[in-house]
Design a protein around this ligand. Sequence first.
Ligand SMILES: Nc1nc2c(c(=O)[nH]1)N[C@@H](CN(C=O)c1ccc(C(=O)N[C@@H](CCC(=O)O)C(=O)O)cc1)CN2
Length: 295
Amino acid sequence: MTAQKLDGVATAAAIKDELRVRVAALAERGIVPGLGTLLVGDDPASRSYVTGKHRDCAEVGVASISVELPATATQEEIADAVRGMNADPAVTGFIVQLPLPKGVDENAILELVDPAKDADGLHPTNLGRLVLGVDPRTAVAAPLPCTPAGIIELLTRHGVEIAGKHVTVIGRGITVGRPLGLLLTRKGTDATVTLTHSRTPDLAAEVSRADIVVAAVGQPHLVQSEWIKPGAAVLDVGVTRVGTTESGKAKLAGDVDPAVAEVAGWLSPNPGGVGPMTRALLVANVVETAERLAG
Ligand SMILES: Nc1nc2c(c(=O)[nH]1)N[C@@H](CN(C=O)c1ccc(C(=O)N[C@@H](CCC(=O)O)C(=O)O)cc1)CN2
């Protein structure tokens, strides 16, 4: 068997086509949504992700507001930049690119984001609304964390059934694993989830009973083909820089061993799978916020 591709590039392009229409409708009412990004430090991967986010915005007609601080920025300087974004009327929604440099209290910074402008859905108020299962159609609906929402869109748009399935998520981080568990078990999505982590005693056993596997741990080729139930859908989220190519480009490895393609029914490439979906769902959050504000 060779797995079918869960194509994040094509699916993100389809979502951006839909967003372009919604942005044009807002423009007719004189509204231009704006995404703000706060990038602290000079990590090349973070810079490349932020550049991709602004490129996506330009493609659909969303404005970009970019703020950068050096790696030496203090907690208070970062906090001031967040307050600036909260107050800027051109910013409909914004993100603080993670991770922040060592020594910065990340949670304290995320708590300063105005929940109404939280494009990442990572403010405690919005995560709390996710826990409460607030109806997404209501005025107090929370933006959903972008990678988990992107994973669900990627599966549903490829016709992969989630309801009634067993999903094993590897990794309990705040941007992927933890909120993904909440989203998958919501009424209407109805998966059964095993959320695993570095202290899970027998990871292979947990993965081998899954219909859907999500690997978001940042350990190159951790997930082995022998662990996979034949026909399962496998989403490769984590990425690790494992060296440089002869031309000086970063060499990347996902969390999933390439041999998994011989056993799985569906596999998301990495790059080209969940990454572009994360960015598309971020733009969707900004557009949705602008629509909500416009009534
Ligand atoms: N504030 C946030 N910070 C981080 C998040 C997040 O959701 N919010 N998640 C990750 C990184 N991430 C988002 O920022 C992210 C990761 C990957 C991609 C992406 O487009 N990847 C491409 C490859 C691009 C490249 O190699 O340069 C792909 O997979 O095809 C976008 C966003 C941590 N931080």
